[in-house]
Design a protein around this ligand. Structure first.
Ligand SMILES: [Zn+2]
Length: 178
């Protein structure tokens, strides 16, 4: 429900939600501080009848100077006014666009060293579950295809801790830039 009243200075008709009664707002027309009056009984009754008679129309976009909706506090009213008045007219594209790499970043890109990473199959088997391919795929995903130089396999033997038996297993050696 809205309270309809006039700005005492510029006579601009203002409407504000009833919860704003008694709070101080800035007139959107002349910027005078205006105390929102309490709605009188007649106005409340008329508003209630109007609301009951017609289904509420979809709320139109707020129009500057014609209508303001405000919360109970004047601070909230001010905040709302900021929302109504388009203050962000400047271009915001720069915030969205990906910034170009600085010279420092570009230098680091070319500064990457050649590195080696070895994956021993037995290191990626846990309680009978073979995670070797999964771990290798995850790691390759992080490094990125463009940074992988070579991938080769190797065979190695290791002693099983439980059975003390020597086991021959395989691994993968990746040469990459990172
Ligand atoms: Zn005014």
């Amino acid at each position: 429900m809205d309270i309809i009243f006039e700005c005492p200075t510029c006579k601009q008709e203002l409407s504000i939600d009833a919860v704003g009664a008694g709070s101080q707002i800035d007139c959107p027309q002349c910027n005078t501080k205006v105390v929102v009056p309490h709605p009188d009984a007649a106005q409340l009754e008329a508003a209630a009848k109007a609301a009951a008679a017609a289904p509420a129309p979809p709320s139109p976009p707020p129009t500057i100077g014609k209508e303001i909706n405000a919360m109970a506090s004047s601070a909230a009213a001010k905040e709302f006014k900021h929302f109504v008045v388009p203050v962000h007219e400047g271009p915001t594209e720069s915030l969205i666009a990906k910034p170009l790499p600085t010279l420092e970043v570009a230098a680091k890109e070319t500064d990457r060293q050649m590195r080696i990473k070895s994956f021993r199959h037995s290191d990626h088997v846990e309680v009978g579950k073979d995670h070797f391919d999964e771990h290798l795929n995850q790691w390759l995903g992080k490094v990125g295809e463009a940074n992988v130089i070579t991938i080769s396999t190797f065979v190695y033997t290791h002693q099983d801790l439980a059975s003390r038996a020597w086991i021959t297993d395989y691994g993968v050696l990746v040469v990459y830039r990172g």
